[in-house]
Ligand binder design. Structure first.
Ligand SMILES: Nc1ncnc2c1ncn2[C@@H]1O[C@H](COP(=O)(O)OP(=O)(O)OP(=O)(O)O)[C@@H](O)[C@H]1O
Length: 266
């Protein structure tokens, strides 16, 4: 879905954004980034480089210490809004509620009756591959299926932007690959923009049209790589020379970022 070169005005811009905790820990230093409609942007970097901090700032869960986060007119600034969905590493489902009730949650919080949005819930469960599991409980689902529910909950309001913080890190590799493939299809079907946090070079290259490489101490952007392979991307992209070349470039940039953080890691 993303276009290789996007010249439209950004839906979201970070301008020299910084975050300092407790007056001493610079979690993020001078981060500037434009996000365009349809982008799939990965934030890739070692532990502690401020990836989650950047995501939380964008989600409006905390305020920057310096700089500004600027939204386009149609953008929304809080997770309560219809234009932003968030997926965390843990699926964070309500164990006592069915799949459809978990997905209904963001609308229920806005006092919308389930009967009025049942079609929307059914549609999004179809998008994430869970049609037929509406009445199941989280305990009856595998880890990958729980994550699909969490994604459905983030997508059900058809937000313009979805923030994902290492959503597949706890899954086995085969499930992760499958979810990577399916996530691109889901993105294409609902037409959203995604910012995705990951430690994985392979995952970032497979999914993204832009990989933003970050370093720690202080957390900062060190490089941005374009992955100009066309979408849709399928399993054959994973085994292509093009994919290997992009992975090599991202891996080199990540290694440089780790060396920047800890010169003794060589
Ligand atoms: N609430 C907080 N209070 C104090 N320090 C924090 C807080 N949140 C994050 N930090 C610190 O800010 C830095 C960046 O943390 P952040 O979680 O954003 O990194 P990350 O790149 O997402 O790491 P990981 O990949 O391990 O999740 C780290 O040094 C972390 O300890």
């Amino acid at each position: 879905m993303p276009e290789p070169e996007n010249t439209s005005s950004p839906i979201l811009s970070l301008r020299h954004v910084g975050k300092v905790f407790g007056g001493t820990v610079t979690a993020l230093d001078d981060m500037s980034l434009d996000i365009h409609n349809g982008d799939f942007v990965s934030l890739l970097g070692p532990s502690g480089c401020g990836k989650s901090t950047a995501l939380r700032l964008i989600a409006g869960l905390m305020r920057p210490t310096s700089g500004r986060i600027v939204w386009s007119d149609t953008g929304q600034k809080s997770t309560g809004g219809q234009d932003l969905g968030v997926v965390f590493q843990e699926p964070t489902l309500m164990p006592w509620a069915t799949v459809e009730d978990n997905v209904w949650l963001p609308m229920r919080l806005s006092n919308i009756k389930k009967a009025d949005v049942k079609t929307k819930i059914d549609e999004i469960l179809d998008v994430v591959g869970l049609a037929g599991f509406e009445k199941s409980y989280p305990r009856e689902l595998s880890g990958g299926m729980k994550m699909r529910v969490s994604i459905a909950r983030a997508m059900v309001t058809r937000p313009k932007l979805i923030l994902m913080d290492e959503p597949f890190a706890a899954l086995d590799e085969i499930t992760r690959f499958k979810l990577n493939n399916d996530l691109l299809e889901m993105q294409a079907r609902i037409g959203c923009t995604v910012i995705f946090v990951t430690h994985s070079v392979f995952e970032s290259v497979f999914l993204s049209n832009r990989v933003v490489v970050m370093a720690a101490r202080p957390g900062r952007v060190v490089k941005e790589l374009k992955v100009d392979a066309p979408y849709p991307r399928h399993e054959d992209f994973r085994t292509s020379p093009e994919y290997s070349a992009h992975c090599r470039a991202a891996s080199d940039a990540l290694h440089g970022a780790i060396m920047d953080t800890n010169p003794e890691a060589a």
